[in-house]
Structure formats: structure tokens, C-alpha cells
Ligand binder design. Structure first.
Ligand code: GLN
Length: 542
């Protein structure tokens, strides 16, 4: 047995169907183990061949999550960070593409001394190297393998974790298999057969899951779990249930109630006290006992609004949790409001208590977003702009207040005055990954500004993912017309936060604060935005 300090590993695989919520399960287990005082880390292994998700379509793949160190990663890393106190790095996510790239580079450099380069051992060794790297500073690593057992792509990963279990001693490794138990309406029954087959497949690869988590849309009879236990050769008290819940933040508590974290500790031979879960309970209390409803209008491209704003949706929920209100998100298709009359626009926004313009790319829908910003500014509706949202707030203000009628952004490839432009050194070529300002950058906040009041701080650090910047040539004009530049990156001389006075709440930032919000410590911008919207909702009622 290796002497790696008895480091422990949990590997989570999925069976029967994709989109079962393996990421959430991994994050929930992490939440509980961290609260037991265990030093954990998380890793997502993605079997697809793209080198990273940076250039993948958000519609197909969902949001790209950005880490402090500027990696564009799988959105599951967002769950991992939100459920724990961890700040993850690029070492917490890798793909088949990354693995092969490295192995092929090694081969080109002659590192394999002329040997035939093969999936076993070269690819599996590289996978194991990366797993150990992610486990380096932790006592326990939770590794999630993307995809579904039975996929061709995941085979090298499954083989690698099988080998790793032998390398470090099987007592230090726990395999958890997450399966779907579908309900067959005509039979009126939840079926275990697909799950049995999935476990059989795993066993044929030499992996014997010690724990099974069953996903289902309804309550399960004890007999169903017993059947699964019998057919999958897993003790009854190692079979857990994860029923669909209305709030994802209920998952850790549900696992805890079933004794899942206790069982993990027992199986891995870790002694810990009981976890302190009061913060988990407080979040659920606030979710379940709202004192009011706040309606936020999010104006974006229709396609973006569907899948690509995971962290944003969650951060807004965190803001609602902090204010103990229920959130009603209204998605407004920017293209549909472009041509509307003044009256019609007023109607669209009549019922919202706050307007948010999220990040985005490209020209489509931009004019609609600008109209939404104008409405928020002139009707004093709480406004929050993120990244593209800041850039368009500048364009709107330049056009309608400063009087630069043709103000626009260089991104939109139309003639005009570029108040937003490509910064020297940033590439315009969006087709290749890695051409953006990515990851954490420092920002100094102006004394006495709304931003400083919100953050209670003068120096902050936030994550970026964009190519364009505010054109500093127009700052003086913007400022003398009343725009406040309240956050700046001093080193690069770039605008980071803008706000307006004589408005209840109008703030926009060049970075993405949603990446750093957690239910247990909501981001101050989301907390205060929802609170301003709540105040507006109350005023309307009064
Ligand atoms: N498209 C803009 C840029 O590249 C904004 C990006 C974003 O909102 N993330 O700068």
C-alpha cells in the first residue's frame, strides 16, 4: 500500500442516464464532509475531447465556469464552490482532450523513449497523475467522472480509478454509483433493472461500487432499495435515495438525514465529530419561509437565457435567501423589445422590481438591452449590469445623457464611436480559446461610493471573462455628465465598476460576481440588488 498519508479518494460515477445531478451529489457530499472538518478537494473529469469547455456552445454544454486562476471549466465546478468554502483552480477539471494533448506532447518530446504509446498505461497514467495532483493539498479528494457508465469515452477514466484503487489500497477508496430509477407509468412501478445493468457493467470493468445513490422523481418503497441492494451486491444501508427537490440546497441535508456522510466516514475509516450543519438549515429555513416575492427581469438573448446562466441564477437565489424573499425570475427576450413603443416597454417592465443585464457575446439583442437599461435609469428601477451589462450601460449613457448619438461597442462591428473597445493585446478572434481577460483581477473601489458601501471594502478581487473594455478616452465626458466610475483596476488602468447617483440602485461591473456567490455567504452585490428590488416591491405595494 502506498504511503500517501492514507489520503482518501471518493469516485462518483453515473449510470442509466446523463444529467442525473452527479455534480450536485458530489458537491453535497463535499459540503457534509467539509463540515466534518475534513480537508477536501474536488475534481471533475470530463470524457469529451475538447481541451476545455471555453469554446463549447453554452447551449449544448451549459455555462462556462471561471476559476480564480483563469481556467474556463465545467459548470459543475460552480456547484463545488457554492457548496463548500473551496476556491478551486485549473487542476480541478480536466478532459480527455487535455490528457491526450499532454501524452502526445510527451511522445513528440521523446519522453517515452520510443515505446509504443497506449491507452494503458500511458493515458491512464496521465489521468492518475492529474488525480494525484488534485489531491495534493487535501486529505480527501472527491472525483466525479462525467458521462454515463457504458460510454466508450469514459473507459480510460474507469480503468484509471480501478488502478488507482490498487495503487493506494482499496481501503482508501470509495466508489459511489449514482443511478436513475425510472417510474414506468403503465406498470405503476419504479424500475431497478437499468440500475442493475449499470452496476453489472461497472463490475465487469473491475469496479465494485460500495455505495449506490438512487435518483428518482418520487418516494421509494424500502423494498425497492432492498432489491437493488440484493442484485447489486451492496449492503442495504449503503443504498441511499436522492429524490427530486425544489431547492438544490436541500440535497446535503437530505443526504445527512439518511446518514450518508456518517457511512462514508465509516467506510473510509475516518474519525470525525458530527458535522455542524446549522448554516445549511438556515438557508433552507429562509427558502421555505419567504416574507415577500421579488420579481427580477433578466434581459438577454433568448438562447442564452435557457442554460447558460447557472451561476447567475444561483447567485440571484442567494441574494433572495439573504433577504428571505421568494424570487420570481422573468426572462425577457432582448430582441423582442427592440422595436417596441415607449408605452409597450413600460408595460413589459411594469411588474418587475429590478432589471438585470447579464454577460453576453455578440450583437444580437443588444439594442433591446440598451432600451431596458434606459428604462431602468429613467424610471429609477433598481439596475444591475454584469460585464456586457456594464458595457451597454456605458453605451446607453453615452448616447442618451452625454449626447454621443452613435456610441457603440467595437464588438458589434458597426460604424460609430467606440466607447467600448478592444484593449491592446486582447484578441478579437473569438473562435479560439484563451483570448480573453480571464480569472481574478484586483479592483480598487472609490471611497464614499455605493460599491464601497456594498463591499465594506476598498480593495476587492473578482473574476473576469471578456475581451472588451471601457474606452478611457471617454471617461471624462461620462463623468462630467454624472456617471460615477467607482471601481478601477489601477495596474491596467481599466474601469471595473460604474454607478449612478440620484438613483435608488444603479450599478454595473465589468467582472462576473456570480462566480463567487454562495448560499451560505451571498455575494454583496446580489444581496443588495435583491434588497433594493425588495424595497421597490414594498414601495409599490404601499
Ligand atoms: N462580449 C463582451 C466582451 O467580450 C462581454 C463579455 C461578457 O459579458 N462576459 O467583452
Amino acid at each position: 500500500m502506498s504511503k500517501k498519508n492514507n489520503k482518501k479518494f471518493i469516485f462518483i460515477t453515473g449510470g442509466v442516464a446523463s444529467s442525473l445531478g452527479k455534480g450536485l451529489a458530489a458537491a453535497s457530499i463535499a459540503a457534509l464532509l467539509e463540515r466534518r472538518g475534513i480537508k477536501i478537494n474536488l475534481l471533475k473529469m470530463d470524457p469529451y475531447i475538447n481541451v476545455d469547455p471555453g469554446t463549447m456552445s453554452p447551449i449544448q454544454h451549459g455555462e462556462v465556469f471561471v476559476t480564480d486562476d483563469g481556467a474556463e471549466t465545467d459548470l459543475d465546478l460552480g456547484h463545488y464552490e457554492r457548496f463548500t468554502s473551496l476556491t478551486l483552480s485549473r487542476d480541478s477539471n480536466f478532459t480527455t482532450g487535455k490528457v491526450y494533448l499532454r501524452v502526445i506532447e510527451n511522445e513528440r518530446e521523446g519522453k517515452y523513449l520510443g515505446k509504443t504509446v497506449q491507452v494503458v498505461p500511458h493515458i491512464t497514467d496521465e489521468i492518475k497523475r492529474r488525480i494525484h495532483l488534485a489531491a495534493e493539498n487535501a486529505d480527501l479528494l472527491i472525483g466525479e467522472i462525467g458521462g454515463t457508465v457504458g460510454d466508450i469515452e469514459s473507459l480510460p477514466f474507469l480503468e484509471a480509478i480501478r488502478q488507482l484503487s490498487t495503487d493506494v489500497g482499496s481501503g482508501n477508496v470509495l466508489f459511489i454509483h449514482l443511478v436513475l430509477l425510472p417510474y414506468i407509468a403503465v406498470a405503476g412501478e419504479v424500475k431497478t433493472k437499468p440500475a442493475q445493468h449499470s452496476v453489472k457493467e461497472l463490475r465487469s470493468l473491475g469496479l465494485f461500487p460500495q455505495m449506490i445513490i438512487c435518483r428518482s422523481d418520487r418516494d421509494l418503497d424500502a423494498s425497492v432499495l432492498e432489491k437493488l441492494s440484493l442484485f447489486c451486491n451492496v449492503p442495504k444501508d449503503h443504498v441511499f435515495h436522492s429524490i427530486d427537490v425544489d431547492s438544490i440546497y436541500k440535497v446535503p441535508l437530505s443526504f445527512h438525514k439518511q446518514g450518508l456522510d456518517e457511512k462514508i466516514a465509516e467506510l473510509l475509516g475516518i474519525w470525525t465529530g458530527r458535522p455542524n450543519i446549522s448554516d445549511l438549515e438556515q438557508v433552507i429555513f429562509n427558502v421555505e419561509n419567504p416574507v415577500a416575492t421579488v420579481r427580477i427581469g433578466i434581459v438577454g438573448k433568448y438562447t442564452d437565457l435557457i442554460e447558460s446562466y447557472k451561476s447567475l441564477d444561483e447567485a440571484l437565489k442567494h441574494g433572495a435567501i439573504a433577504n428571505r424573499v421568494k424570487l420570481d425570475l422573468i426572462y425577457i427576450d432582448a430582441e423582442k423589445i427592440e422595436e417596441l413603443s415607449e408605452d409597450a416597454i413600460n408595460k413589459v417592465f411594469a411588474n418587475v422590481n429590478g432589471i438585470l443585464i447579464p454577460g453576453g457575446f455578440g450583437k444580437r439583442g443588444v439594442e433591446g438591452k440598451i432600451r431596458a437599461i434606459e428604462h431602468a435609469r429613467t424610471h429609477k428601477v433598481p439596475f444591475f449590469g454584469i460585464c456586457l451589462g456594464l458595457q451597454l450601460a456605458i453605451v446607453e449613457f453615452a448616447r442618451n445623457v452625454v449626447g454621443i448619438k452613435d456610441a457603440t461597442s467595437e464588438e458589434f462591428e458597426s460604424p460609430g464611436t467606440f466607447v467600448i473597445h478592444y484593449m491592446a493585446g486582447q484578441s478579437r478572434d473569438g473562435s479560439k480559446g484563451g483570448s480573453m481577460r480571464l480569472g481574478a483581477y484586483e479592483c480598487s473601489l472609490a471611497n464614499n461610493s455605493l460599491a464601497c458601501e456594498i463591499y465594506h471594502d476598498l480593495k476587492i478581487s473578482e473574476r473576469h471573462r471578456h475581451r472588451l473594455e471601457v474606452n478611457n478616452d471617454y471617461i471624462e465626458k461620462l463623468q462630467s455628465a454624472g456617471m460615477v466610475i467607482s471601481g478601477k483596476n489601477d495596474k491596467l488602468g481599466l474601469v471595473e465598476v460604474i454607478e449612478l447617483k440620484e438613483h435608488p440602485y444603479f450599478i454595473a461591473c465589468q467582472y462576473h460576481p456570480e462566480f463567487k456567490s454562495r448560499p451560505y455567504s451571498p455575494h454583496p452585490l446580489f444581496r443588495t440588488f435583491i434588497s433594493a428590488a425588495y424595497a421597490m416591491a414594498s414601495r409599490k405595494k404601499a
